[in-house]
Design a protein around this ligand. Structure first.
Ligand code: A2H
Length: 253
């Protein structure tokens, strides 16, 4: 990580049902989970999203009568970046834990599925981004191993109350070709390195080093309106389109 601020795109993923504790938000306005990403162009390959089960989140009053779900820390940063109604004072509507969010169906911009589900990821840091992460197993080794863990381990699904139908139907989607790595670079690197699970953190760090920079600099989009273009060129275009459509927010920290 550099010394300058990190510029994230926050993807607005709309909650399609408000179950359990979330039902208290009925009538409060459209509810969005805000996922922080450095790679908005990968939304074409989204299979799910992630929260930390033990993490603390909140539902906050956003702009235009919307409700935004993220960590308290991210809500405060957003409010100082003038992205909430009152500067410096995010209005907390409802306290939530990650577990309260698991199983929520969401609809996300550019996602090929009309609904994907919120699932548990144990390596989420609550002091980075929003604590909500979009999952793109084709291009992120973290996302690929965590999704495979849930698919392969019924006990893990049981532990976090994850239903089979939130996980099993969702296959890795090729969205970017990286010369030397093919069209599902994260799958290839995880298989080549024999990464067994999301807890294989040392190998995962190495896998990420191999694919992230290369994906951004040498990757070519296979899908969407910018298919055929380099990822480095497509990313800012897709990001601007999402911001213009009100489907995403800028966020830096
Ligand atoms: B990226 P950096 Cl396909 N905890 O989005 C753990 N990981 C987090 C996080 C948190 N609180 N907040 C965001 N992230 C992930 C997509 C993606 C990402 C792809 C490829 C590379 C990639 C799909 N997941 O990141 O430490 C998010 O995953 C490459 C670094 O701030 C976010 O972008 O540099 C990235 O980590 C931000 O990581």
């Amino acid at each position: 990580e550099g010394v300058g601020p990190q510029e994230y795109t926050l993807i607005k993923m709309q909650a399609l049902e408000l179950n359990g504790k979330l039902s208290a938000l009925a009538g409060a306005g459209p509810v969005y989970l805000l996922a922080a990403t450095l790679r908005p162009e990968t939304m074409y390959g989204q299979t799910n999203c992630w929260v930390l089960p033990e993490g603390q989140y909140g539902a906050f009053r956003g702009l235009n009568g919307e409700v935004w779900i993220c960590t308290q820390r991210a809500a405060l940063n957003l409010s100082y970046q003038e992205r909430t109604p009152v500067r410096g004072q995010p209005e907390l509507l409802l306290e939530l834990s990650g577990s309260d969010l698991i199983g929520t169906p969401v609809s996300s911009p550019h996602c090929p599925h009309p609904r994907v589900y919120v699932l548990p990821l144990l390596t989420i840091l609550t002091n980075k981004g929003t604590g909500v992460v979009t999952s793109v197993p084709s291009d992120s080794p973290d996302d690929y191993t965590a999704l495979m863990d849930l698919k392969k381990k019924p006990k893990l699904r049981e532990k976090y109350g994850v239903k089979d139908e939130w996980v099993m139907p969702f296959e890795v989607i090729p969205i970017i070709d990286i010369p030397g790595f093919g069209n599902m670079a994260a799958v290839k690197v995880c298989e080549d390195m024999k990464i067994g699970s999301q807890n294989d953190t040392a190998k995962l760090a190495e896998a990420k080093q191999q694919v992230y920079l290369k994906g951004f600099t040498d990757g070519v989009m296979l899908v969407g309106p910018h298919a055929g273009r380099r990822v480095a060129e497509a990313k800012p275009l897709i990001r601007e389109e999402m911001l213009g459509a009100g489907a995403a927010l800028l966020y830096s920290e």
